[in-house]
Design a protein around this ligand. Structure first.
Ligand code: ADP
Length: 254
């Protein structure tokens, strides 16, 4: 069995009187695709926001590669190797596909604008490295034909792929995808599944994915965590966990 790369220990989060996560413990293992599922309002996005630092947990802790990350700011967590995409497409309108993907490199860029002035050779080498990575990802996700298009004019399926490309450009070791197939037609869904699998294999990533399409969950996830009303109701191999009577009941609202 692979070792745990991400560990949530007894994680709780409140919003006023709402107890959105009630002491969740779970682990994502090295190199697996881990599904985070459950009915609407069950706490999936809140757990992802806890992991990525947007809403830190108020109780419990989260460790990535053995080091505590809960309490760190989102930018620091991203620099430590966790990249995410969002439920609603969050691209920079007015910019091209290429420019949007390049934004994924910002975590490596020197915040001091004078650095490039004083160290021009170093800056030029950095620029080449950024370009090389971007080209690798454009190639992997087959975005070559739209690289110079403005993002707002391309179809939703491609916009979601650009978001995935931007996340991959940050060279994460863990990728978190929040409903990457939302709003897509069947063909776009199939493409997205293939690109996620290609990226995971080629780049050796661990993937945590929030997904509503249960056919996708059972076909690509190694293991899943099922939440309901802020509680963990199942964790384990995808098919087994999804056929657990408590999970079936939560989905049909019985
Ligand atoms: P899911 O992703 O499973 O649909 P969420 O994590 O978005 O569920 O929400 C879990 C619960 O926490 C819901 O009751 C939701 O209304 C509440 N919640 C989430 N974010 C906030 C917030 N920023 N402010 C207040 N309540 C929130």
């Amino acid at each position: 069995m692979s070792e745990a790369v991400l560990r949530c220990e007894n994680v709780s989060r409140f919003f006023g009187g709402i107890h959105a996560l009630k002491g969740i413990s779970a682990e994502v293992r090295q190199g697996e695709i881990f599904g985070l599922v459950g009915p609407n309002g069950s706490g999936k996005t809140t757990l992802v926001n806890c992991v990525t630092g947007f809403y830190p947990p108020q109780k419990g802790r989260i460790l990535f590669e053995g080091r505590q990350i809960s309490g760190q700011r989102p930018h620091r967590i991203a620099s430590n190797g966790i990249a995410r995409t969002f439920q609603n497409v969050a691209l920079f309108k007015g910019m091209t596909v290429l420019e949007n993907i390049l934004m994924g490199r910002h975590i490596f860029m020197n915040p001091n604008p004078l650095a490039a002035l004083f160290y021009p050779v170093w800056a030029a080498k950095e620029e080449v490295a950024h370009r090389r990575k971007v080209e690798q990802i454009i190639d992997l996700l087959q975005l070559e034909s739209v690289r110079d298009e403005h993002v707002e004019v391309i179809p939703l399926g491609l916009q979601k792929r650009v978001e995935l490309a931007r996340a991959l450009c940050a060279e994460p070791r863990m990728l978190i995808l929040d409903e990457p197939m939302a709003g897509m037609n069947q063909e776009e869904k199939e493409y997205m599944v293939r690109f996620i699998l290609d990226a995971q294999e080629e780049l050796g990533l661990s993937v945590l994915i929030i997904e509503h399409h249960l056919d996708v969950v059972t076909s690509i996830c190694d293991r899943v965590l099922v939440l309901n009303d802020g509680n963990k109701i199942a964790e384990g191999p995808a098919r087994e966990a999804m056929s657990d009577p408590e999970v079936v009941k939560a989905y049909i609202g019985g």
